[in-house]
Design a binder for this molecule. Structure first.
Ligand SMILES: NC(=O)c1ccc[n+]([C@@H]2O[C@H](COP(=O)([O-])OP(=O)(O)OC[C@H]3O[C@@H](n4cnc5c(N)ncnc54)[C@H](OP(=O)(O)O)[C@@H]3O)[C@@H](O)[C@H]2O)c1
Length: 291
């Protein structure tokens, strides 16, 4: 009888985590935290208790965290003062008597000099704040989400080809479904106090490998065009993406191509009891939208 609250439960990663927790523990032990104004009807229909609040509204957090033992804090959006939001969650959790917080940092390669704008500083801040809070903590280092990769290389590769900046680095992505399943396993079992896990996927791939796989799946060669950083940003802006977000996406692509997100541990396979979903299988599941 330990109450687990998952934030971002109407979003992708939090939603997948709640879905897998639902299959592992009694529904009465799950609390889905949703942003005020979000539609959480699907969770309510399943009999899951939904509590509403906002990371910027401290009192709403204090209220929502009453009687909760463990929180999974899904990192908030970039460009929205993540430091204040995450700090509020940790402080309110402590005041409400929560014992343990799990946090989804984005993985960082050992020795890397990459400071990812909008991400690294607030992730490091959150990890330090958790360590200093006196609460038990678990850091769940996230790899690139496999489901988000088409956003970087384009949703119509057969028509448009891949248009990316130079680099052939590999990375170890995982789907948000696999991550949610692993996180549900960690949340619902004991012995994870003050530990960090690297949830990088089993498979190392590059954008070139993905282009090859899409070519094979469709019997049509996908063109791979190396373009300048400026052209990459300009193409996104022309497609309606704000300039700052386009520049943010460019940082992802450069980091992926530079091998910043390469490397795995056995953690995710241990928690899933299997290897992660291969990117090819992910592509087959979303055809024809991504190929
Ligand atoms: N590893 C990667 O490749 C990668 C890629 C992209 C993002 N990320 C990170 O991973 C996180 C989760 O990704 P995701 O795909 O699950 O994102 P998502 O679907 O947008 O989910 C984020 C959730 O946080 C909620 N939220 C945002 N601001 C809030 C606030 N002030 N108070 C309460 N709840 C709030 C959102 O609610 P609303 O929808 O109402 O705003 C949403 O439910 C992102 O936020 C980002 O930090 C990682």
């Amino acid at each position: 009888m330990s109450k687990i609250l998952v934030t971002g439960s109407t979003g992708n990663l939090g939603g997948k985590t709640v879905e897998h927790l639902f299959n592992k523990i009694p529904t009465s032990d799950i609390i889905a935290f949703a942003k005020e104004g979000e539609n959480a009807d699907l969770l309510i229909e399943k009999g899951i208790e939904v509590r509403y609040g906002d990371y910027f509204n401290y009192d709403s957090l204090l209220n929502a965290f009453k009687g909760v033992d463990k929180i999974m804090l899904v990192g908030s959006h970039g460009f929205t003062d993540r430091i204040t939001q995450h700090y509020n969650v940790i402080a309110a959790a402590r005041q409400a008597g929560v014992k343990h917080i799990h946090y989804t940092s984005i993985m960082r390669k050992e020795g890397s000099k990459l400071i990812f704008p909008e991400i690294t500083e607030s992730d490091v801040f959150t990890e330090h704040a958790l360590r200093a809070s006196g609460l038990a903590y678990t850091i769940l280092f996230q790899p690139p989400f496999a489901d988000v990769l088409p956003f970087y290389y384009g949703f119509k590769p057969l028509e448009d080809g891949f248009n990316l900046t130079e680099g052939k680095g590999k990375f170890n992505p995982a789907t948000r479904d696999d991550l949610g399943e692993a996180q549900a396993e960690i949340l619902s079992t004991s012995g994870h106090e003050n530990k960090s896990y690297l949830l990088a996927g089993s498979e190392a791939i590059s954008f070139h490998d993905i282009a090859e796989t899409i070519s094979e799946l469709n019997g049509q060669k996908v063109a791979y065009n190396v373009i300048s950083e400026k052209e990459y940003v300009d193409r996104h802006v022309a497609a309606g993406i704000p300039q700052n977000v386009a520049e943010f996406v460019l940082v992802w692509v450069k980091a992926l191509n530079d091998g910043e997100y390469a490397g795995k541990s056995d953690d995710i396979e241990r928690f899933l009891g299997r290897k992660t979903t291969p990117y090819r299988t992910f592509l087959e599941s979303v055809q024809p939208a991504n190929a």
